[in-house]
Write a protein that binds this ligand. Structure first.
Ligand SMILES: *[C@@H]1O[C@H](CO)[C@@H](O)[C@H](O)[C@H]1NC(C)=O
Length: 391
């Protein structure tokens, strides 16, 4: 090999090693003990998680992070989900990659790398809130998410979390919503002496009209809560005041959460733009297709609608403001979930808001080194974003 080629090969090999060591694979654990409690996935299979053990000074610290994956709102959509990885542990990959907030390296995850890190697989379709005793013989669907949540926490308590000194309940998307909805419940289940906080990544779904003027997401959430029998497992501080379907929205129940809570969310959350602001039913001619695929392709008027969405988002956030125990990191990216991937959690080119990347803001907040309550300037001011491009 000549010198130039040799150098080139070296560069490629080192890049491959770098990318490879940014993540590693963790095996699945099936929670068989949950089945006897009726705590099962949509198809009746046992729930599951991926667990990488804590070490060194982190041995009694626990990060429980819930996977996302939308919701199913009626028997038809839940049936469609039942035989997928989002409804059955039989369909789940046996290993998943851990990176970002799951990383076991101080360089990539300075505050949580040596904690017990658990990725809980999402398998109920209702952010782990459902509890219907009856199983419809025609569909064979189990709506038991709330039981699954408790069964998983009990299983982890038996595996050492009963000695927890530090504990975080977190999650992305529908799992981020779980971490808000079940935050106080989680706090009540772990030892009283533990320092417990919750943190939702892209879990702050807002109740706003879609581009056709319909209350699409409000109707959808109402159906989710009705189908899964979720009402009794939503925060009572909210259900005592309004109908249960509305208590699926953080803006209506976040005020009542007592345990410290941190929110990481893009103001132009790409899932929310695609499914709340401009869902297919509200855009029959597909005028929003290109814009939803790539924010650079939005027209001036579409960008204005997105700015209005941000304004609505910030209005909905008011329930989380003026609270010393709540923190938030609202950047102006076109993104959805920014903690599970190394490139958005912590890297040289990761998003920055007020001088901090997400890993630093969350770590500083958890350990009480400094609070963080920041909202980015409007799009397109933030040049540190990793904006999503779909397809
Ligand atoms: C179930 O929900 C889907 C998605 O919202 C909707 O298109 C469908 O009409 C619903 N089906 C029934 C039977 O209500």
């Amino acid at each position: 090999m000549d010198g130039g080629l040799h150098q080139w090969v070296l560069v490629v090999v080192s890049l491959m090693i770098l990318v490879r060591t940014e993540s590693f694979f963790v095996d699945i654990t099936y929670v068989q003990s949950a089945v006897a409690k009726g705590a099962v996935c949509l198809d009746g299979s046992p729930p599951a998680y991926h667990f990488d053990k804590g070490f060194g000074a982190g041995i009694n610290n626990w990060l429980i992070h819930i996977e996302g994956g939308g919701w199913c709102n009626n028997a038809t959509t839940c049936l469609a989900r039942k035989s997928t990885r989002l409804g059955s542990s039989k369909q789940m990959a046996k290993q998943v990659a851990f990176s970002g907030i799951f990383s076991n390296k101080p360089k990539f995850n300075p505050d949580f790398y040596n904690w017990n890190r658990i990725k809980v697989r999402y398998c109920d379709g209702a952010s782990f809130t459902g509890d219907v005793e009856a199983v419809n013989p025609a569909t064979g669907l189990y709506y038991r998410g709330a039981r699954v949540f408790v069964a998983i926490v009990e299983d982890l308590l038996a595996k050492g979390m009963s000695h927890a000194q530090n504990a975080v309940l977190s999650g992305c998307s529908a799992g981020g919503l779980t971490s808000i909805l079940h935050c106080d419940k989680f706090k009540s289940l772990v030892p009283a002496s533990a320092k417990v906080k919750c943190f939702a990544d892209a879990g702050y779904f807002i109740n706003t009209k879609d581009v056709s003027g319909a209350q699409h997401i409000e109707q959808f959430y109402n159906d989710v809560v009705t189908t899964h029998g979720s009402a009794k497992n939503l925060p009572q501080s909210c259900t005592s005041k309004m109908k249960p379907g509305l208590c699926f929205f953080p803006q209506n129940m976040v005020q009542g959460i007592q345990t410290p809570l941190f929110l990481v969310n893009a103001a132009y959350d790409s899932w929310q733009i695609k499914n709340i602001l401009a869902p297919g039913v509200a855009d029959p001619h597909g005028l929003w297709h290109n814009c939803k695929t790539d924010i650079n392709k939005c027209s001036t008027s579409q960008l204005q609608v997105m700015q209005d969405f941000r304004t609505a988002f910030l209005g909905a956030l008011s329930g989380a403001q003026n609270s010393a125990t709540k923190g938030y990191y609202i950047n102006s990216c076109y993104a959805h979930c920014q903690t599970e991937m190394q490139e958005t959690w912590l890297r040289d080119d990761a998003p920055v808001l007020n001088g901090k990347n997400i890993a630093k803001a969350v770590g500083d907040w958890y350990y009480d080194r400094s609070p963080f309550q920041k909202i980015d300037c409007p799009y397109p001011c933030d040049k540190t974003c990793h904006n999503r491009v779909f397809e």
